[in-house]
Design a protein around this ligand. Structure first.
Ligand SMILES: C[S@@+](CC[C@H](N)C(=O)[O-])C[C@H]1O[C@@H](n2cnc3c(N)ncnc32)[C@H](O)[C@@H]1O
Length: 255
């Protein structure tokens, strides 16, 4: 259906990120090999952790990585801010999954590893990341790992600075438009999810921040976490500003 016509015929609604995207998220992400990703994460546990048993995935989305880690016999749990993403994650795997926010989460248990993957940390401001690092320092066991990934500015400029995509699945249609505001280092993505069965267009506006890589090391200063490495893609090669995706590994000092 022509976009202009859909806008005219259908009722429009602005919604919070991931409320409507949740329904198509796994289809949008079907290029991602979560099994391979889980292999890499387990490899990082073995390389830099000590006997990692209890793992939590903050911003777990629809639980694909949790499911892959469960298949590798890891004891995992996850949380996400989006109720809709959590509902889908619970259908995928039996591990504990709940709704919570990385900025304010409350956790009584200690974890051997805390994950935050697929650009999730880039939804947070510097102040929020600083608070998160501090909090993770408190919820990790001594020697525990914090692993997260980010995309670099060169990646964003290569692929997402001016990107549009349209995908159709039966009665659902998704339009994605991405742009980058260089002086704010902010990546903007607008999703329109068109539900033809219910004559509705839902619009989500996502903003992510593309921090210089050194920011994360500087921010970890007071957190009790020590920088272990920044690795390019799914390797142990040192990542830099020209890389696409970087995995950061931080470790809480062992007592
Ligand atoms: C790009 S998705 C990644 C999901 C999952 N980690 C994956 O690899 O598929 C980003 C996820 O982060 C979640 N998220 C964003 N901000 C959050 C916050 N402050 N607290 C918890 N989850 C958050 C979103 O709801 C979404 O599920």
């Amino acid at each position: 259906m022509k976009r202009a016509l859909a806008k005219w015929l259908y009722q429009q609604e602005d919604v919070t990120p991931y409320t409507r995207l949740a329904a198509v998220y796994d289809r949008v992400m079907n290029h991602v090999d979560y099994d391979k990703w889980a292999d890499f994460i387990v490899f990082l546990f073995q390389k830099f952790g000590s006997d990692v048993c209890r793992v939590v995935d903050g911003g777990c989305g629809t639980g694909s990585l949790l499911h892959a880690l469960v298949c590798k016999k890891m004891r995992v749990a996850g949380f996400d801010r989006s109720v809709e993403m959590v509902q889908l994650a619970k259908q995928k795997t039996q591990c504990p999954i709940w709704v919570d926010d990385l900025r304010t989460f409350c956790c009584k248990v200690k974890w051997d590893a805390f994950l935050c993957l697929y650009d999730t940390i880039q939804y947070l401001t510097t102040e929020e990341i600083q608070t998160l690092l501090h909090h993770i320092g408190e919820v990790l066991t001594p020697g525990g790992l914090f692993i997260f990934d980010v995309v670099t500015e060169s990646h964003v400029l290569r692929y997402w600075a001016n990107y549009t995509e349209k995908v159709e699945w039966n009665s659902l249609e998704m339009l994605r438009r991405s742009w980058y505001v260089k002086n704010r280092r902010s990546q903007h993505t607008e999703f329109e999810i068109i539900d033809k069965d219910h004559n509705k267009v839902y619009r989500e506006r996502h903003i992510q921040y593309i921090y210089p890589l050194e920011t994360f090391i500087k921010m970890s200063g007071e957190s009790g976490l020590r920088f272990v490495g920044q690795f390019e893609d799914f390797t142990l090669n040192p990542g830099n500003e020209k890389s696409d995706r970087i995995h950061f590994v931080f470790r809480r000092a062992a007592i």
